[in-house]
Ligand binder design. Structure first.
Ligand code: SAM
Ligand code: SF4
Length: 335
């Protein structure tokens, strides 16, 4: 056995305890801020297999990673995804893994919510940008609002207590629903986070015009709710406010206006096994190559992961007005 650490730490002393893993770049929706209407998806042989994903995540969790979030694309459109979650749930018994979470558009939850609860998924984030069926359709291009509302209900029925909604607010699209979305969340016992649009990949609108800052969203909310800044964190980049007279919180993910790099504890793995050390930079390591070159060699894989800590950059710098410098779509990166 080699002298591998039990905790990943980068050059700036930040502990890496959180991995977000994209398990597919495919999706049943085409949200306007995330994808083009016509997308070319990756050839299947380039994707990590489900077995490779389990192997990879086991390596991270044996190196001290405590939280894994499965994302995409839409993770629940991947075939046999219930098998994957069962394997990952079992890592909690043998590794540092404490929290297994999922980000989904909710459309497949009626089918999978129970299996996810049984597998040991702790929390689910569901994206919901509009409560108006027509606007929802316009934002997602192919999505049906009712499908997602049924998905939220299925998650509640399956016993998920900690469901969080995620909403990307865009000027001229859904900015007039900021308060309605928060009310819907609170009335259903859920937290909600508002996400600033990020310039990831080419889309067919001007992101500079649609961009709505967290401060603008907060201002709209403050007219309707009494909000107290909260010190709570879920290990992610959200800043939270407690809603008075409620158990629920409202969060803001603000990569532009409140850069969160100094406390960054996470890395991402793309659908094809590329380890991204920063959402806004191209620094990466090809872990699929290591896995396929040395099949079954856990030490080799762990050594590569430990080495990658040397290239985790200090931070990112998004500029919404400029052309995208990051050509990856969020669906490949894993939002
Ligand atoms: N399909 C799942 C979903 O929509 O929740 C998981 C993947 S999606 C890429 C994860 C999150 O990223 C979603 O909440 C989505 O709203 C957000 N997202 C996608 N593209 C974005 C962008 N350009 N800027 C900000 N958020 C984005
Ligand atoms: Fe699909 Fe999620 Fe991207 Fe929407 S945000 S297109 S649901 S991957």
């Amino acid at each position: 056995m080699s002298d591998l650490p039990t905790q990943l730490v980068d050059r700036y002393g930040r502990k890496v305890t959180y991995v977000r893993m994209s398990i597919t770049d495919r999706c049943d929706f085409r949200c306007v801020y995330c994808m083009d209407e016509e997308m070319t998806f990756m050839p299947r042989e380039k994707l990590l297999t489900l077995e490779e994903i389990v192997f990879l995540l086991r390596a991270f969790c044996e190196l001290g990673v405590e939280k894994v979030r499965i994302t995409g694309g839409e993770p629940l459109v991947r075939r046999n995804v219930d098998w994957l979650f069962k394997q990952l749930g079992e890592l909690k018994a043998t590794t540092a893994l404490k929290e297994l979470t999922l980000t989904t558009n909710g459309s497949q939850l009626p089918r999978y919510a129970e299996a996810l609860a049984e597998a040991g998924v702790d929390r689910i984030n569901i994206s919901l940008d509009s409560l108006d069926a027509d606007k929802f359709k316009a934002l997602t291009r192919t999505g049906e609002l009712q499908q997602v509302l049924d998905g939220i209900e299925a998650a509640k029925q399956a016993g998920f207590k900690r469901i969080k909604l995620n909403a990307v607010i865009m000027k001229g699209r859904n900015e007039n629903e900021i308060v309605d979305l928060a009310e819907f969340a609170i009335n259903n016992g859920m937290d909600i986070s508002y996400i600033e649009e990020m310039p990831l990949g080419h889309v067919d609108h001007d992101r500079g015009e649609s961009y709505c800052s967290s401060d603008e969203v907060l201002e709209a909310l403050q007219g309707h709710f009494s909000l107290q800044p909260s010190i709570a964190t879920t290990g992610g980049p959200s800043r939270y406010y407690q809603v008075a007279d409620s158990q629920n919180r409202i969060g803001f993910i603000s990569p532009h206006s409140h850069n969160f790099c100094s406390s960054c504890n996470r890395v991402r793995v793309t659908t094809e096994g590329r380890l991204l050390l920063c959402l806004g930079q191209e620094h990466s390591m090809d872990l699929r190559d290591v896995i396929r070159r040395y099949p079954g060699d856990m030490d080799k894989l762990k050594q590569a992961i430990v080495k990658s800590m040397d290239i985790k950059p200090e931070g990112h710098d998004f500029n919404i007005e400029a052309k995208p410098v990051i050509f990856r779509h969020m669906s490949v990166t894993g939002g």
